[in-house]
Design a protein around this ligand. Structure first.
Ligand code: C3B
Length: 827
């Protein structure tokens, strides 16, 4: 169905729906919430509206599940410890094509849809890019009518809420379901049990075969909560199934000796902590026992759920399992699924090892999202032995057999074995989850061309030699439904008028805008929309920070997790340099600019928190300094999250994508900003490279060292002091950090940034790239002053983002990895 048909249908649906919807909202106000039209506050209206919507959603879900069951479809199972969903009301209304009808229905009831949408807490069950990617992917899967299920963890507390107090980040607990969440449905009929701890008994079966029996020390319950995932067009409604841990109230008493009763109770209480809270570390492996338990918990529940469904259709006949089931591992977080499936097949289903391994290695595929060493998960063998003793044995067996394969390929080469072994020997034996994932999967993909090349060349070169077809690329993407249609209504309407309404399903259609790139009227309309969006963001900045910003200034935006490799401090040093230039020369010629940040730091990441503090302190000073004459403003918006991104992205002129080349696997914010007409200033890193290829080098500001140059500099020996002494501006700015200029009475409060860049060797080459960055920023400044040129560039950016729809990513997965067929669900 194309967009016109969807819309016509939605309109006719819309008319009848409007009155149905109105009565449904009222009914829910009365019967679900126990209130009425006169008493209801915005929160109650929001809940009643969601409940009214959910009636349709659940009908779609029921039909989808029935259709998939009757067609016995092959399905992809997306295993991810994170799903960063954001808000769902607007998305679900949009995808059903009922947004306008709902807005009108509410208006007739005296309520503004936009106001009640603000009541919805974000579902922040993820940290950043990896979790949001999973959310975009399940949107695309449903939209493309592909049978799919997302599996994850039902965290009681998602990513912490960030407050800024006196410039510093404070973490507060997130409570997305404190007053109940209207979208989720509990499915007690599908509860699973998960074993932990205990010991393994070796037995001899009747046939003389060795059998292993795991006697667990405790058992917890996994309770599934389903979130419906509505595809665009409203036909397929898939499911995101999130597992909540609960005490099973059951013990394997034989492991407790007399007097173990109290300990047993303690374990019971601990059962509930498994799904309590999301680990807030982005790209660092915490090495914590509870995290491993979380991972195993959701993987075990999910695998058992898949097998239960498979057995309902196929009984004990395993021969069709790999035709029906493919499992995508989103990073190594769910890698423990591999030995878990082996355990189920060998110990429970009594398949022989080779047969079981044959199944495993046709079921799993693994996505690598990072090369950062601190993000590559390794678990102490001792920890695995304690928590999952049988799995450790299985991992040893997988490794033993794999080492034989390595020996065949490279006879007698022990250094190859050391490199490729799942087990890393050392003072403490470690299990490398990346290795396990590559060995246990039939495909491994990186998330942008350059990243996948580096995965092959630097991270897993020997695996690539051993299995040349295993490693591949699927460049990331974003859903244009949320990241343009829903978050930027005025631009969407303008595009609809020019090229029709099919682009949310076929984003390459945006290229139709190219012929208007030089059209003065269109340029004006395009920039007016931007101005309008900037005004809304300016209001938000005024409301939250009480800072006045001018919408004629350049809105320069850096939004992402706070991390040294993402180099928010490079941005900060440049802001300080501009400030200094203005102080030295009051007539310093620059177009007014507002630098806007949004970023959370991992609570234990000291330097990241110091950078947040520094940005806020520098912002305070600059924003209050009359000598700056409004040329420069700095705004750090607290609590960056999906719903805030939806407000910032449509209002951005400049998109900061300035990571050290080779460090950002892909990035997806870069795609969202360019899609909404922001111009990128960025390094040749991650998907920036592919964005540059699409828009052309005239329509992007590329600067700095590329991957090879970073590598060369590293080899040659990088000394940041060279840049400090040679470039007076760098020196002045770094020395400034040491004074109490930005932190009156507290000299040295910002010194850790200088120290990291000089004393600790500037591991992310900030100083090496500073001058090139500052020069590129001057080019941005010049370009913006030429209004026509800027409008043209912005339009071209929007027009050329077709490649980056997550529908294209999913199509790549389908063709290269999953081999799935769509399945049409009648509405
Ligand atoms: C991120 C990477 O940092 C991004 O470059 C990438 O676009 C996304 O994943 C999605 O692929 N990432 C993350 O958010 N968390 C990790 N643990 C590892 C990578």
């Amino acid at each position: 169905m194309n967009a016109k048909v969807i819309k016509a249908k939605a309109q006719s649906d819309g008319q009848s729906y409007k009155s149905d919807f109105k009565s449904s909202i009222i009914r829910h106000l009365h019967c679900t919430l126990g209130t009425d039209e006169n008493k209801a506050n915005n929160h109650a209206w929001w809940k009643a509206t969601c409940a009214a919507m959910q009636e349709r959603v659940l009908e779609g879900l029921r039909k989808t599940q029935k259709t998939h069951y009757l067609n016995d479809t092959r399905a992809v199972h997306y295993f991810s410890a994170e799903f960063l969903m954001g808000r769902l009301l607007s998305n679900n209304l949009q995808n059903f094509g009922l947004y306008d009808a709902a807005a009108e229905a509410l208006k007739e009831l005296g309520v503004e849809l936009a106001d009640i949408m603000e009541e919805e807490p974000d579902m922040a069950l993820g940290n950043g890019g990896l979790g949001r990617l999973a959310a975009c992917f399940i949107d695309s899967l449903a939209t493309m009518e592909l049978p799919a299920i997302g599996y994850g963890i039902h965290y009681e507390h998602g990513l912490f809420r960030q407050e800024i107090k006196s410039g510093a980040q404070i973490e507060r607990p997130d409570s997305w379901r404190d007053f109940g969440n209207p979208w989720e449905i509990c499915r007690p009929e599908s509860i699973q049990e998960v074993s932990l701890f205990g010991y393994v008994e070796t037995k001899y079966g009747d046939n003389g075969r060795i059998q292993k029996e795991w006697h667990p020390g405790s058992i917890v319950k996994g309770v599934p909560w389903d979130i419906p995932v509505v595809g665009y067009g409203g036909k397929t409604v898939n499911v995101l199934r999130l597992w909540k841990s609960e005490s099973s109230g059951y013990f394997n008493w034989d492991v407790f000796n007399a007097g173990g009763y109290v300990d047993a109770q303690r374990e019971n209480v601990q059962a509930e902590t498994i799904s309590k809270v999301l680990y807030p570390n982005d790209e660092t492996e915490a090495g914590k026992e509870l995290r491993l338990i979380q991972q195993y918990f959701f993987c075990s529940c999910s695998l058992k759920d898949i097998i239960r469904r498979y057995k309902r259709a196929h009984g004990d006949d395993w021969s069709r399992f790999t035709d029906q089931v493919v499992i995508q591992l989103n990073d190594t977080h769910p890698a423990i699924s591999i030995p878990e499936l082996m355990r189920i097949l060998v110990d429970r289903a009594a398949l022989d090892w080779d047969k079981a391994w044959g199944i495993c290695t046709k079921v799993f595929a693994y996505t690598n999202h990072t090369l950062l060493p601190e993000a590559l998960e390794k678990w102490p063998a001792r920890m695995l032995e304690k928590i999952l003793p049988r799995h450790l044995e299985i991992i040893y067996e997988i490794n033993h057999r794999f080492m034989a394969e390595v020996d065949k390929k490279w006879p007698g080469d022990t250094s190859k074995k050391t490199k490729l072994s799942i087990i890393e020997e050392g003072s403490e034996k470690m299990v490398r989850m990346g290795h396990l994932s590559v060995i246990g999967s039939f495909k491994v993909n990186g998330v942008a061309e350059i990243h996948s090349r580096l995965v092959k060349q630097n991270l897993f070169p020997e695996f690539n030699e051993l299995w040349p077809d295993k490693l591949t690329n699927v460049t990331n993407g974003i859903t244009p439904r949320r990241w343009l249609k829903a978050c930027n209504p005025p631009l969407s309407r303008l595009i609809d008028k020019k090229i029709g309404e099919n682009w949310p399903l076929d984003l390459k259609k945006l290229e139709g805008l190219l012929e208007y790139a030089d059209n003065k009227t269109f340029q004006k309309q395009f920039m007016q929309v931007k101005q309008q969006n900037k005004q809304l963001l300016a209001d938000e900045i005024k409301n939250t920070l009480n800072i006045d910003v001018d919408v004629n200034a350049i809105f320069d935006v850096q939004i992402k997790r706070m991390h040294e490799y993402k180099r928010q401090h490079l941005n900060l040093l440049h802001i300080m340099a501009l400030y200094r230039r203005i102080l030295e020369n009051p007539d310093y010629d620059m177009h007014p600019r507002v630098f806007i940040f949004g970023a959370k730091a991992a609570p234990g990441y000291k330097l990241a928190k110091d950078i947040i503090f520094a940005i806020n302190k520098v912002a305070d000073k600059i924003n209050q300094d009359p000598r700056v004459k409004n040329k420069l403003k700095v705004a750090f918006l607290p609590n960056y999250r999906v719903s805030l991104a939806e407000k910032m992205i449509p209002a951005s002129d400049v998109s900061e994508q300035i990571s050290t080349a080779g460090k950002e696997a892909s990035g997806t914010g870069n795609m969202k900003l360019a899609l909404n007409g922001a111009l990128t200033i960025g390094t040749l890193d991650g998907a920036n490279i592919e964005i540059a290829e699409e828009v052309g080098e005239d329509n992007i500001f590329i600067f700095g060292l590329n991957v090879d140059e970073v590598h060369e500099l590293q080899e040659k020996g990088y000394n940041p002091h060279d840049y400090y002494y040679r470039d007076p501006e760098i020196k002045a700015v770094l020395d400034w950090l040491e004074t109490d200029y930005f932190t009156p009475g507290k000299p040295g409060a910002l010194v850790s940034i200088k120290q990291s860049l000089l004393d600790y060797g500037d591991p992310y080459f900030v100083l090496a790239d500073f001058r090139a960055y500052a020069d590129a920023q001057e080019k941005v400044d010049k370009a913006y002053r030429d209004k026509d040129r800027w409008a043209r560039m912005a339009i071209i950016n929007t027009a050329k983002m077709g490649k980056f729809t997550s529908d294209r990513s999913i199509q790549d997965y389908v063709e290269r990895i999953w081999k799935l067929q769509p399945c049409t669900v009648d509405k």
